[in-house]
Ligand binder design. Structure first.
Ligand code: EPZ
Length: 430
């Protein structure tokens, strides 16, 4: 089992390049199989979730040619099967995007229901409600979602809750339905907009993505295209928080600063300097930061995917902060680990009350999920002494070369697989 070993206490300084957005790339790869022509995707992040999904679409017959680390060509004309194997996709929840894609293209999809998740219950009722509204019969049999219809017809759909996944899934299927679909109370995240832009590049007619009403005029076929995935706002935000926690000075490149506004606003509020340019942000934290309150919200609010990283920064800030998690109920699992590093945090329901401490001390801890894992790495980078983090497989699902990029900023961090390697690292760094 791979682990990270970190010697903390070094302010991060330098420049880091951000990869393409995982949460845009996952639906875009799924949607790419909706045409029989070749689709070239650039700026794909090289992370586990993406690689698993590429294998899953190969598993149903699509052709996937890797051009380089960040570019693939996908050809969906060779798909023979609308039934996705459980083994292929049990590791990633975003497999549900294959439902919208296969239903849209073939009027038929069978995808195993994604299993439980570390960040809380993840119902997909809104996805299914949308598919039913455009004419699909949907049933769950033996753990598999089966969606089929003779033909789909556009509908007016009001989402009961704001859901990124449901908005994207319905957008994909409805873009091949007959007539118009309107999605009200749609999610507005940049990755929703990116998927709409991609579908439009393949010939779809989608307007309003990025607002809460999306209008889709169904088309009968899609064509191939070249598309570049949008930069990952959560990866960028994670390095912004790493700079803040370590009192560093980091330029985060290849970002869209507009997407980072909620994160930037909180960092400014607690005393960081944040300089924006066209496609980069620089975060400088020269002194101890101050407390604030944070509540996670759908975009453009503060993202739930940044809550653990922000909480680590606040756990080091002067004063008492309150962090409210309003999207997923189980996203404070890192708190017990952080407490072992000296943090003073009390969780009550969906709220964490954080009394800032001047610094953490290194400990042996374990990563409970992707963003929490990244947050614990940030804690380790700040802490006095050595931190060892287990279960980094979660982190590798969503961060490309996390340790390499951090080393580029001066961090002492290594990926190891044995106690011997940990001892060697500790001896070498001293
Ligand atoms: C996406 O998950 C992201 N995943 C998550 O990223 C992210 O945390 C989340 O959006 C919120 O921004 C991907 O893009 C692959 P939702 P998604 O549907 O689409 C409830 C990461 O770390 N809900 O917007 O599954 C749901 O329980 C991750 O990269 C329903 O009740 O999230 C939640 O409370 C993890 N019924 C809320 O809506 C539904 O049918 C928002 O979830 C769907 C969702």
């Amino acid at each position: 089992m791979e682990q990270y070993v970190i010697k903390g206490g070094i302010p991060l300084v330098g420049e880091v390049e951000i990869a393409g957005a995982k949460n845009a790339a996952l639906p875009i790869i799924s949607a790419a199989i909706m045409t029989d022509e070749v689709v070239t995707l650039e700026n794909l992040p090289d992370v586990n979730d993406i690689n698993v999904l590429l294998e899953a679409i190969e598993g149903i017959g699509a052709r996937v040619d890797r051009i380089d680390r960040h570019t693939v060509k996908i050809n969906g004309s060779t798909i023979q099967d609308c039934s996705v194997e459980y083994e292929c996709i049990k590791k990633i929840r975003a497999s549900y995007y294959l439902l919208g894609a296969l239903l849209g293209k073939y009027n038929n999809a069978e995808v195993p229901l994604p299993g439980g998740c570390n960040i809380g219950s993840r119902p997909i009722d809104q996805h299914l409600k949308g598919f039913r509204a455009i004419g699909a019969q949907v049933s769950i049999e033996h753990g598999t979602i089966i969606a089929k219809c003779d033909h789909m017809v556009g509908a007016h759909i009001f989402m009961d809750i704001v859901s990124v996944g449901a908005t994207i899934n319905i957008m994909m299927a409805a873009s091949r339905a007959q007539g118009r679909t309107i999605i009200e109370n749609a999610a507005k995240e940049p990755h929703v907009v990116d998927v709409a832009n991609f579908l439009n590049s393949m010939g779809a007619d989608i307007k309003g993505a990025g607002t809460d009403v999306i209008r889709i005029k169904g088309v009968s076929s899609f064509h191939g295209c070249n598309y570049m995935i949008v930069p990952d706002m959560i990866e960028a935000g994670t390095y912004m928080m790493a700079a803040a926690a370590t009192k560093g000075d980091v330029i985060i490149k290849n970002v869209i600063p507009k997407h980072l506004e909620a994160i930037t606003a909180k960092l400014l509020e607690i005393g960081c300097e944040v300089e924006e340019s066209d496609d980069s942000v620089r975060v400088v934290a020269a002194k101890r930061l101050n407390r604030t309150h944070v509540k996670t919200q759908p975009y453009p609010g503060f993202p739930t995917d940044m809550q653990p990283q922000m909480s680590v920064v606040l756990a080091l800030a002067a004063g008492t902060s309150i962090v409210t998690e309003s999207i997923f109920e189980n996203r404070f699992k890192y708190v017990d680990e952080l407490t072992r590093m000296g943090a003073n945090i009390k969780v009550e329901g969906n709220t964490a009350i954080i009394d800032g401490v001047p610094n953490f001390t290194g400990a042996r801890i374990s990563s409970p999920d992707l963003r929490a894992g990244a947050a614990l790495v940030i804690a380790g980078l700040e802490a006095d002494g050595f931190t060892v983090i287990d279960d980094i497989v979660y982190i590798q699902r969503g961060y490309e070369d996390f340790e390499g990029k951090l080393r580029g900023l001066g961090a002492e961090i290594e990926r190891v697989t044995s106690e011997r390697e940990i001892d060697k690292f500790e001896l070498r760094i001293g």
